[in-house]
Design a protein around this ligand. Structure first.
Ligand code: SF4
Ligand code: ZN
Ligand code: ZN
Length: 311
């Protein structure tokens, strides 16, 4: 039987990089310390900042909330109900249970109440996941901006980030490479974005969350299909198997050389409809959803949106 390196009791987890066996208690501490180091290393935020955690019902988002809670950060959560019928209702139910259990305030935005339709109901040549991503990023940022949050924390982890990096390197998407990283500073109506799980793998996060009695979403989104990033993640897992620590070295090496991909800053202007920064006259969110006037996402307006959704 494997023993915890710190106390000698039965090991709960055995990591390969670093080579460490730990009991439940010491593993919990290990993950929380690692998240705290990531927050400090990349100067993500401090205790006095107003922090918003984006929650979906999945293990990564709740791991952000659980670790920040354990580390003594105060924060609020935001969930976006994308209007994907039963799937969105189900995800929202799980998120509500999680936040209630943790005792943290939760805000919910209802896409259908805001723009009249849900994800999957838009006539466009863009892939559903592509415009869904734009929609989520826009609403998250607009909500955080309208309510004066300093930073949005998301559940992106080392597996997501290394797969995304590999995809962008393979296609030399230098524009994406310039904007990739654990922390994206804010400015010009964009709220800073932080990824506190940047150095934790899927496996490490799953083992951490399993220590808490939390319901998680298990149903996949009906629009999810085999994205290329799944293939990249699989390839990286195979390399990691032979050479533990590769993923972390890959992203850290990239961060050291990120300035190679920096581009001339582009001049953004304010969207004619909503005032958010954009390259065009009207931002892609307002264009694709046909929004005619600015969505007011201040918390006091949210209650109207919830009531509207129930009708
Ligand atoms: Fe949106 Fe695609 Fe994720 Fe579904 S799978 S929530 S459509 S990004
Ligand atoms: Zn121990
Ligand atoms: Zn706009």
């Amino acid at each position: 039987m494997r023993r915890c390196k710190f106390c000698g009791s039965e090991a709960y987890v055995q990591l390969r990089s670093p080579r460490l066996a730990m009991c439940e208690e010491h593993y919990k501490e290990y993950v929380e310390r690692k998240v705290e180091r990531t927050i400090h290393r990349y100067k993500m935020f401090r205790k006095e900042n107003k922090i918003l955690v984006a929650v979906s019902g999945g293990k990564d988002a709740i791991a952000v909330a659980l670790t920040l809670h354990a580390l003594g950060y105060e924060f609020e959560c935001l969930h976006i109900n994308l209007g994907i019928r039963e799937y969105s209702e189900y995800s929202e139910k799980i998120v509500r249970q999680q936040c209630e259990k943790l005792g943290v305030p939760l805000h919910v935005l209802y896409l259908r109440a805001l723009v009249g339709r849900g994800v999957g109901e838009l006539k466009t040549r863009r892939e559903v996941c592509s415009y869904c991503g734009t929609t989520k990023r826009y609403l998250m940022n607009k909500f955080a901006w309208d309510n004066d949050y300093d930073v949005i924390a998301t559940g992106h982890n080392l597996d997501d980030e290394s797969a995304f990096l590999l995809g962008n390197v393979l296609h030399w998407n230098t524009g994406y490479l310039a904007r990739q990283g654990p922390y994206l500073p804010g400015g010009n109506a964009l709220v800073a974005r932080a990824k506190p799980l940047y150095e934790l793998t899927n496996y490490e996060i799953a083992k951490y969350v399993a220590l808490f009695d939390m319901n998680l979403t298990t149903e996949p989104c009906p629009h999810a299909k085999g994205a290329k990033s799944i293939l990249y993640a699989k390839v990286l897992n195979e390399i990691e198997e032979v050479s533990p620590g590769t993923k972390l070295n890959f992203v850290k090496g990239f961060l050291k050389n990120r300035e190679l991909f920096q581009e001339e800053p582009v001049e953004l202007r304010a969207c004619r409809v909503c005032g958010m920064p954009t390259l065009r006259e009207v931002c892609s969110f307002c264009r694709m959803w046909g929004v005619k006037e600015e969505l007011k996402l201040q918390v006091e307006h949210l209650q109207d949106s919830e009531q509207h959704d129930e009708n």
